[in-house]
Design a protein around this ligand. Structure first.
Ligand code: HEC
Ligand code: HEC
Length: 509
């Protein structure tokens, strides 16, 4: 057990190529990382009580469920509802530590979880609510959680940035290579305030800290074009490591909830059916009023009718339409000087900036620097919608992991304090000789490729106001911080009014 004082542990180590003996007695279809994560989760014995509250939700999720949030209200549209939570596994304790899916995916936080909710639950429970569990709620599973003060320290990243610890084995080989090619990078050093990355263990285990993604609007990750039997879902998880929602539900049950055995196919189907059936979006704005009336098309019901299929608007092809959001066209030229009319005008201007403001996108690994052309820089004259190209949803309509710099140790205008820092050397392949300093290796932890260091998916941009903070590592406390980051990162040159308009628009999604 560690005392409340944080140790600054600098490990200088070249990771050993791990044989992964752990993974050997697992069924062949379970990826090696998942098998190791399941067994590691089960080894954390101090699980806390298994009963108790599992999150904040009503007994019934009706067809329309409104929850107030800091900007107005967020709404869940549950067209298959009402759903009785007592008989739906999404809301039940499914493992051994009292956790349910809803523990980290709650309706009032747009089916993610905001730091406001996490902090409230800490104060109400003295840090014993099921979200506060050693396995991945704490900065490390060896943390001291015996007193209230110790728990405040152990759960510091969860309380301050809403982060869950994701522990993954360092891959030995590159994903999809045949014959298997060895991983083409080494972690040369780690500066880890929590001592929770262990490069000398077998397999070497890396701990990074990430925000829960919403478990709603999931059709926009999975719906295939007609007549395309080979189509696979878009990235599920920040690093795209899960092949399907069913697999994701099994891994969440055995990882986060520390269940010793996998849920049955029927149980998995119930979870996936529920989470795939719900839509979620902001529906009320405290200044602009109802977002789904008087010409506005905000809110989840309009979203539920949104046409979508994977690849619907490929921003890198000739047919790309950069006007991705069309929710507030009717508010562009409103008459009147009332506060409400002005707020609506600002939102409409923000939408237009998101769709049409051009800037130069450089230095983005995955877009400007590709494996085929690693030298780059190939600047792209683009928009916010070059990367957020799914109509009225805002995720990337094709599977494409990108490094926009959010995992840098000191990203412009963002707060990366408290995160571990990894120094990564490319030892072969297209980037041989290059180094990256990152707070999270991103997709490289799955693919074993140096070209994927710091890469994450472009996430769905709905229900944002109810689930701050933002980015995979919670480094943006507000949407204003997000806008400031982009303005600096890509030298966009937004005026104060334009920044306010863009943030106002993002708050209505
Ligand atoms: C302890 C908190 C926690 C619990 C409990 C939890 N999740 Fe998550 N969930 C997360 C985190 C963190 C991520 C993102 C992790 C990453 O990308 O590496 C996530 C991601 C997801 C995603 C991916 C969404 C996307 O856009 O890619 C889905 C779906 C999901 N969770 C569903 C579930 C289900 C179903 C359950 C219950 C079986 C569950 N979660 C339990 C924290 C949790
Ligand atoms: C070069 C591609 C690219 C461009 C251009 C881009 N984004 Fe992003 N965006 C991403 C990626 C990738 C992420 C996830 C990054 C992460 O968390 O590491 C993201 C995340 C976000 C998030 C956080 C979502 C969440 O759930 O935390 C918001 C909000 C956002 N972008 C808004 C914008 C706005 C506004 C613009 C234009 C000023 C913009 N983006 C331009 C790629 C891009």
């Amino acid at each position: 057990m560690k005392s409340g004082t944080k140790l600054l542990l600098t490990v200088i180590l070249i990771a050993s190529a791990a044989a992964g003996a752990l993974a050997q007695n697992q069924p062949a279809n379970v990826p090696r990382w998942a098998a190791i994560v399941r067994q590691t989760a089960l080894r954390t014995h101090d699980r806390g009580p298994s009963g108790g509250p599992t999150g904040i939700f009503p007994p019934v999720i009706p067809a329309h469920l409104r929850n107030p949030d800091r900007e107005g209200a967020v709404e869940t549209y549950n067209p298959g509802g009402p759903t009785h939570t007592a008989s739906n596994l999404f809301f039940q304790s499914i493992g051994t530590n009292g956790r349910a899916c809803v523990t980290c995916h709650e309706p009032r936080s747009a089916w993610g979880v905001s730091t406001a909710s996490i902090q409230q639950r800490f104060e109400q429970s003295g840090g014993t609510d099921p979200i506060f569990r050693l396995v991945d709620g704490a900065t490390c599973d060896s943390d001291d959680v015996s007193t209230l003060e110790a728990r405040r320290t152990a759960y510091s990243l969860l309380l301050s940035k809403g982060l869950i610890r994701i522990f993954l084995p360092l891959p030995d080989t590159q994903l999809g290579s045949s014959p298997p090619a060895p991983r083409d990078f080494e972690i040369a050093s780690v500066t880890d305030p929590y001592g929770c990355t262990d490069l000398s263990s077998d397999p070497a285990m890396v701990s990074v800290y990430r925000r829960p993604l919403p478990s709603a609007n999931l059709r926009f990750l999975t719906q295939c074009p007609e007549n395309d039997p080979g189509c696979a879902p878009l990235a599920i998880m920040w690093d795209g490591r899960e092949p399907s929602l069913a697999n994701q539900a099994i891994d969440a049950t055995m990882g986060h909830a520390q269940a010793p055995t996998a849920p049955t196919p029927q149980q998995v189907a119930q979870i996936v059916k529920f989470e795939s059936g719900i839509y979620d979006a902001q529906v009320d704005d405290k200044w602009a009023g109802h977002l789904d009336r008087e010409g506005g098309n905000g809110g989840p019901e309009f979203l539920s009718r949104q046409n979508f299929f994977i690849g619907i608007n490929d921003s890198l092809s000739a047919g790309f339409n950069n006007v991705v959001f069309g929710l507030y066209d009717a508010w562009q030229n409103l008459a009147g000087s009332s506060g409400k009319a002005q707020a609506r005008g600002s939102i409409a201007r923000g939408e237009a900036i998101f769709n049409t403001r051009q800037f130069t996108i450089t230095g983005v690994n995955g877009l400007n620097l590709t494996a085929a052309d690693p030298a780059g820089p190939n600047p792209v004259n683009g928009f916010c919608t070059t990367c957020h190209d799914s109509p009225n949803v805002g995720n990337h309509s094709l599977k494409l992991a990108l490094n926009i710099g959010v995992a840098d140790p000191d990203p412009a205008g963002l707060d990366a304090s408290g995160l571990p820092v990894f120094n990564v050397h490319c030892t072969a392949g297209p980037l041989n000789g290059q180094s990256f300093t990152v707070t999270d290796l991103g997709r490289a932890l799955i693919t074993g490729k140096c070209a994927d260091v710091g890469k994450f998916k472009g996430p769905i941009l709905r229900g944002l106001a109810a689930r701050s903070p933002y980015f995979h590592n919670g480094t943006a406390a507000s949407l204003e911080d997000v806008v400031n980051f982009y303005n600096q990162r890509f030298s966009i040159g937004l005026s104060d009014q334009e920044k306010a308009d863009l943030a106002a628009f993002l708050n209505t999604l």
